[in-house]
Design a protein around this ligand. Structure first.
Ligand code: F0G
Length: 904
């Protein structure tokens, strides 16, 4: 069935490949060094590489397959896996593997064709491969056709065959990346081929995009799945060939396949001469495994719909900007001669150079010189977000507006092939385009659960109305926490794999120490398995029973450890922090008057240390100002009291200082962080946040060797080795790399501005959110959302559950349930009754978050129907984790979910 266009990606991001955004001067240098031919630029020199071949994102299953290659010379199991998958997905039985499409063409032509023959085809790009072999490619495309522009002109095909018998009929699904053909036309060609005793050979490298066109536009086929159509297309031909680096999203590889054992025999006898053995064909075992998995995944209906919708959106935006183009199956093919009529014969190269100069976007001019003047802007399959694509389109449009200034290139070295041309040029004075999108590409993706409302209603009942108890398999978009949910980068994975394990001192440990010293400026570095472990040790080392620990609000685990160590927590955060409507910018600040009062009442030696959290989580991710950091530090020097940071989201705090404190506008986040840390004596960090890793933590002291030594003693008992804190070297290595990546200005800006946009969408619709927007999360004010509920009916807990049922999105309660009960058994009833929508790092896109906002807005519109909850099971400590609830009978007008649908 044709599924509706999904409103967000049917997957989330698993791993990312960071992008370097070279500045304008660097780009000019690169262009000059590349002889003004963008073919010579490397990915590290470009912002977005608009090519699709072998550049797609893979799924986690494909990536896992990479390690399953058995790399046998003969009879590799991977070949068997791939063969079976080809038969299942494409319908052909006999498979001949090749190293890529060129290998397939080589075998095909050697087996069936000879020089001097003429080959009718609906594609022209392959002229590159045929002309040098003396085979003429005859254009038999139906140029009158409007939608299926790749269709054959059957009458002309008949004529051509009559003039000189061709070796076979060559067809391409989505010919040249621009021309889809219809199933009816393909079947007519097959019938014609059979009549003439000729083979129909079909290149199915872009079969999925063609299937999508058929599903959309061919009468009577709208209710067929992409998988069905792919098979129907492939089965229409006598033989097929496929490049693994296209739809199957491997980075190389390919195959020929047929149902004719005699043809197969010819292929495999040639393969040993040209490519390798018939069971690997010049491919690594892992490549066969990637293709096998890719073949199945490429037909996944929602992914196809998403990818094609992205292409539609990209071309539509360019068209609206007036840019002359032809729509391709994988992007927009710019008409360079119309874009830059003044640029003459090499308009496509001039356009590619100007685009790179102004924005860092690279487009490639492919193939043989003199064919046409199209400049393809292809979308690497599923590797980019819509936000990025919109900006790439805007970069092109911005160039189009100043097209008259773009100079022609002067040819300095000629060649038959575009990749070998050299040019000279002067740089025109072109206005630059600046990107502010996600500074990474999707490297690996992970499918997400797409559930029905009925499934979600059942799931929340089974979870006792507690989002902590939901199975993530039932969750579409997981906004429970930003803790350990990060997508790691390829550089982190490389470090992870390269780390040598040891229970003694690892190189990864030394690297981690170096990264921490460089980033925080503290001498003593103690890794822990996560934040709360560091908190336990710090509390035990620093607190004497009965001492007071003043803190700017509290975090659940931090406070529990202070209390276990005999301390008494005292809240010294500014009053504004407890008011969700106050727009005070620095709601994380400590109120010095409250500190003074504590000293007056108890004396300075009764104070263990100041527990100073940055980007205060429970206040809504609210930052501390640099002035407050300085004042508190100065105050503590006067009283001989230490400052211990909870630096869990310190980088996020540093970014808000850069954004909102004019004096720091042009200071890097890294330098701001260093200054923040000057105003403290030690810190605990939950590495699972800022450090961009899935597990890890840190306890660090500026210079106090005694505290470090005492902490090390506890580290050995509680955590693991003194140089690993219970973490394997691999995780330490990934953490060291994460610490370097976390202070990248572009990354942290993209992260936090995403929260700002989500909050903005909600606010516009009237949904009450905590002001101002914090860092890692958007906090919905459940008290104002559900004012008809008493706080002991747990409005935030109920709202979090309702958001899940409505949208498949999982938020977290941060209110009365999280605060627990006082000594008298009554609930704390904190001022803030919040639902937290927490954004993982580098995992979700704006399209995911737009869907989140839309779902919550639907709930807002029927908020009066939502009733309260009561406990059916209540643990004593940290009850929010395991507590179970039920709706209060009669507490609502209607059961949840009777209205409005809306899948996410
Ligand atoms: N400090 C803060 C401010 C935190 O947010 C967390 C964890 C910790 C300490 C504890 O660190 O989890 O590594 O042991 N916060 C997570 C959250 C759980 O969802 O906010 P940990």
């Amino acid at each position: 069935m044709a599924t509706p266009v999904p409103v967000h990606e049917p997957h989330k991001v698993k791993t990312v490949r960071p992008i370097a955004f070279p500045g304008i001067e660097e780009r000019k240098r690169n262009l000059a060094a590349a002889h003004f031919n963008t073919f010579n630029l490397t990915p590290r020199q470009v912002a977005f590489d608009m090519v699709s071949y072998g550049c797609g994102a893979v799924t986690q299953e494909q990536l896992a397959g990479q390690l399953l290659g058995d790399e046998a010379y003969a009879g590799a199991r991977n070949f068997e896996t791939m063969n079976a998958q080809i038969t299942r997905v494409l319908g052909h039985t006999y498979v001949c593997p090749t190293h890529n499409t060129l290998g397939s063409v080589k075998i095909l032509l050697h087996a069936f064709a000879k020089s001097g023959q003429r080959l009718p085809s609906n594609a022209r790009a392959r002229i590159d491969l045929h002309a040098p072999r003396g085979i003429e490619l005859l254009d038999v495309r139906d140029h009158a056709e409007g939608v299926f522009t790749g269709n054959f002109d059957l009458a002309r095909l008949e004529t051509v065959i009559g003039e000189q018998r061709p070796p076979f009929i060559g067809a391409q699904a989505f010919a040249d990346g621009q021309h889809p053909l219809s199933l009816a036309n393909l079947r007519a060609v097959r019938e014609l081929a059979d009549r003439h005793g000729l083979r129909l050979v079909l290149d199915v490298s872009r079969v999925v995009e063609n299937a999508w066109y058929i599903q959309c536009y061919e009468p009577g086929l709208a209710d067929r799945t992409i998988a069905d159509l792919v098979k129907l297309i492939a089965k229409s031909a006598h033989a097929i060939m496929m490049d693994g680096a296209q739809d199957a999203r491997a980075n190389t590889g390919g195959f020929l396949a047929t149902d004719n054992p005699a043809d197969h025999e010819r292929f495999i006898n040639d393969i040993v001469v040209f490519e390798g053995l018939h069971t690997y064909g010049g491919m690594a075992g892992r490549t066969m495994e990637m293709i096998a998995r890719g073949l199945e995944l490429m037909c996944e209906e929602t992914s196809v719909q998403w990818a094609m919708a992205q292409t539609e959106r990209f071309t539509a935006r360019l068209r609206e900007g007036g840019v002359p183009l032809e729509r391709g199956c994988d992007g927009a093919y710019l008409q360079a001669d119309q874009f830059l009529p003044q640029a003459g014969a090499h308009a496509a190269h001039a356009l590619a150079c100007a685009l790179y100069q102004t924005s860092g976007v690279r487009a490639l001019v492919p193939g043989l010189v003199g064919r046409d003047s199209l400049l393809p802007l292809q979308i690497p399959r599923l590797a980019m977000t819509n936000r990025q694509l919109d900006q790439v389109a805007d970069a092109v449009i911005a160039l189009y507006r100043q097209r008259e200034q773009v100079p022609a290139l002067k040819l300095e070295r000629d060649s038959d092939w575009h990749d070998a041309l050299h040019f000279g040029s002067v740089f025109a004075d072109l206005a630059e385009y600046h990107f502010d999108c996600e500074p990474w590409l999707i490297h690996t993706l992970e499918p997400i659960a797409l559930t029905s409302r009925e499934q979600r209603e059942r799931a929340i009942r089974e979870a006792g109305w507690n989002t902590f108890l939901l199975r993530s398999a039932d969750v579409a978009i997981d906004l429970l926490t930003d803790s350990g949910t990060t997508a790691m980068s390829t550089a982190q994975w490389a470090a992870y794999d390269a780390a040598s394990p040891t229970p003694a001192t690892s190189d990864a440990y030394l690297d981690f120490v170096a990264a921490i010293r460089d980033t925080y400026g503290y001498d003593h570095v103690l890794p822990t398995h996560q934040g709360r472990a560091a908190e336990q040790i710090l509390s035990e080392v620093m607190i004497k029973p009965g001492q007071i620990v003043p803190g700017n609000m509290y975090f659940t685990t931090t406070k529990v450890h202070q209390e276990y160590a005999g301390g008494v927590f005292a809240d010294v955060i500014v009053d504004e922090a407890h008011d969700s409507t106050s727009t005070f910018r620095w709601k994380g600040n400590i109120d010095i008057a409250k500190l003074d009062a504590l000293v007056r009442e108890h004396g300075a030696d009764k104070i263990a240390y100041i527990s100073f959290e940055l980007s205060v989580n429970l206040a809504g991710g609210q930052p501390v100002s640099m002035d407050n950091l300085r004042e508190v530090y100065a105050w503590t020097r006067k009283h001989g009291i230490a400052v211990m940071f909870d630096a869990t989201r310190a980088v996020e705090n540093a970014y808000l200082i850069q954004k909102h404190d004019l004096r720091y506008r042009s200071t890097s986040v890294k330098d701001i962080l260093r200054e923040i840390m000057l105003y403290g004596d030690g810190a605990t960090v939950s590495g699972k946040k800022d450090f961009l890793i899935n597990i890890g933590g840190l306890l660090t002291y500026k210079d106090n060797a005694d505290w470090a030594r005492r902490s090390e003693a506890k580290l050995r008992i509680y955590e693991g080795g003194v140089r690993d804190g219970g973490l394997p070297a691999a995780d330490l290595a990934a953490m060291a790399q994460g610490v370097r990546e976390m202070v990248d200005d572009r990354y942290i800006r993209a992260r936090i501005e995403q929260s700002v946009r989500l909050a903005g969408w909600l606010r516009e619709a009237g949904v009450p959110v905590v002001e101002p927007t914090g860092t890692h999360a958007v906090f919905v004010d459940a008290r104002r959302f559900l004012p008809h509920l008493d706080q002991d009916e747990y409005p935030a807990q109920r709202l979090a559950s309702e958001i899940y049922v409505e949208t498949g999105v999982r938020p977290m309660e941060r209110g009365n349930v999280s605060s627990g009960r006082k000594a008298d058994g009554k609930n704390y009833r904190p001022a803030l009754e919040l639902v937290r929508l927490t954004l993982s790092r580098r995992v979700y896109t704006d399209d995911h978050l737009r869907a989140v906002a839309d779902g919550i807005i639907r709930l807002w519109q029927r908020r009066h129907e939502i009733g309260g909850l009561r406990f059916v099971y209540e643990p004593r400590d940290l009850r929010f984790f395991q507590g179970r609830f039920e709706p209060i009978p009669g507490g609502e007008q209607e059961q949840p979910g009777k209205r409005a649908s809306g899948a996410a």
